[in-house]
Design a protein around this ligand. Structure first.
Ligand SMILES: Nc1ncnc2c1ncn2[C@@H]1O[C@H](COP(=O)(O)OP(=O)(O)O)[C@@H](O)[C@H]1O
Ligand SMILES: CC(=O)OP(=O)(O)O
Ligand SMILES: [Mg+2]
Length: 394
């Protein structure tokens, strides 16, 4: 039996991967990389722990070609690695999956029915599964869901105020970024065990962005809903919007469903507001008033939702920033927390500018942390557990 676990995390234009050796409770990462810019100018990056970074143009037209390139690199860099399981980030598990699952034809068929609910992610996630099945015949493939961590919410946090039958049919809030939140829940137990048992808001601010309210390490509410469009504005997604506006566009401007989908998923958010870029680094480097306004808008919405989630839990014991923006943008963190003193949050400007692990000052009732997330480690751990590798290692 092999003792390596490969993880694949496929996004709309990229596939992140990591290779782990089974080693006790948490797997040990020995390499990671990414095929990015798929569909435009594909590039391939990969690095073994402590080794040289490979960075080159990638001759692959799509996600399948990119997965083949990833497998070829692994075979070249680790000719003796025996892959015992492949773990996949699958963004939508629907109402059926409360936990990671071994993938078979029936599971795959169900997950395909969820493609319309996550069109930017789900087709690529499932494409990654098919490519990995072809590359590693007979090796167990494990689906690890973004939605699973949020199952078990109360009715008021799960339902839309539609006739109840819609809820019964599964038209409800699901929430996403669960693998990231689950990792942060584990991490917080090490950073601040007292807060980890309390009421915590975690801000996963990346290209996709959401917040999670956690009590005793479990999700009790989140800003994303039925699809990964709800809640905060994102790189190219609009976030919460008046459904009346959508009806107006469909009915009076005769916008097609395809054009509306493109508008909401790909042309809005930071990109739409700034008329410049979806990338926070580009916005921060720009003097354009629209770029500044897009940043201010994003911070404003994050701040509003932090307060809303704190209200859901009747208070707040800690706040954690993660994701590319949450981890790296001191400016965004400061703008978000500005004025939240009434909630017991007080920022230490120097610690924030340095990007310290704790950025609140000592008078702050609510500690504020910055932590990298690691969806890949969470996927690998789930893959180990689902295939019995974790018990072998223990
Ligand atoms: N140093 C930085 N300062 C500001 N923003 C950053 C920095 N590094 C990364 N980001 C932003 O993080 C976002 C990507 O986050 P990430 O979590 O990597 O995205 P994804 O959802 O694709 O995994 C981009 O908007 C990027 O500009
Ligand atoms: C669900 C989601 O938005 O994921 P990502 O942040 O990877 O786009
Ligand atoms: Mg992400």
């Amino acid at each position: 039996m092999g003792d390596h676990v490969l993880t694949l995390n496929a996004g709309s234009s990229s596939i992140k991967f990591a290779l782990f050796v089974v080693d006790g409770e948490w797997p040990m990462q020995i390499a990671h990389g990414e095929a990015e810019g798929l569909g435009a100018s594909p590039r391939f990056h990969a690095q073994c722990v402590g080794g040289e970074r490979r960075d080159e143009a990638l001759d692959a037209a799509d996600h399948v070609g990119a997965t083949e390139a990833i497998v070829a690199w692994i075979n070249e860099a680790f000719p003796h690695a025996a892959i015992a399981a492949v773990g996949h980030r699958i963004v939508h598990g629907g109402a059926r999956f409360l936990a990671p699952a071994l993938i078979d034809d029936a599971v795959l068929a169900y997950l395909r029915t969820l493609i319309p609910l996550a069109p930017l992610h789900q087709p690529h996630n499932l494409g990654g599964v098919e490519a990995a099945q072809a590359a590693f015949p007979g090796v167990p493939q494990v689906a690890c869901f973004d939605t699973a961590f949020h199952r078990g919410h109360t009715f008021v946090n799960d339902a839309y105020a539609l006739p109840r039958d819609y809820y019964r049919r599964g038209l409800r809030r699901f929430g996403f970024h669960g693998l990231s939140y689950e990792f942060i829940a584990h991490r917080l137990r090490e950073i601040d065990p007292t807060a980890a048992c309390g009421r915590v808001v975690v801000a996963h601010l990346g290209n996709g962005a959401s917040l999670c309210a956690m009590q005793d390490g479990r999700s009790v509410a989140t800003t994303m809903g039925f699809s990964a469009l709800e809640g905060l504005p994102m790189g190219t997604r609009c976030g919460a919007i008046d459904p009346g506006l959508l009806l107006y566009l469909l009915e009076h401007e005769k916008m097609s469903v395809a054009a509306l989908t493109r508008l909401l998923y790909s042309e809005s958010g930071l990109l739409g507001l700034s008329e410049l870029s979806q990338d926070m680094r580009a916005l921060e480097a720009s003097d354009s008033p629209q770029a500044k306004e897009a940043i201010a808008y994003f911070a404003h919405r994050v701040k509003m939702e932090i307060a809303a989630l704190a209200a859901t839990m009747n208070g707040l014991d800690a706040l954690v920033f993660t994701g590319g923006i949450g981890e790296h943008s001191a400016r965004l963190r400061a703008a978000t927390l500005d004025g939240l003193g009434w909630l017991g949050v007080s920022l230490n400007a120097e610690a924030n500018a340095r990007g310290d692990a704790r950025i609140s000052d000592f008078t702050s009732h609510v500690p504020v942390y910055v932590s990298p997330t690691d969806e890949e480690a969470m996927i690998a751990r789930h893959a180990m557990e689902a295939t019995g590798l974790a018990r072998v290692a223990a």
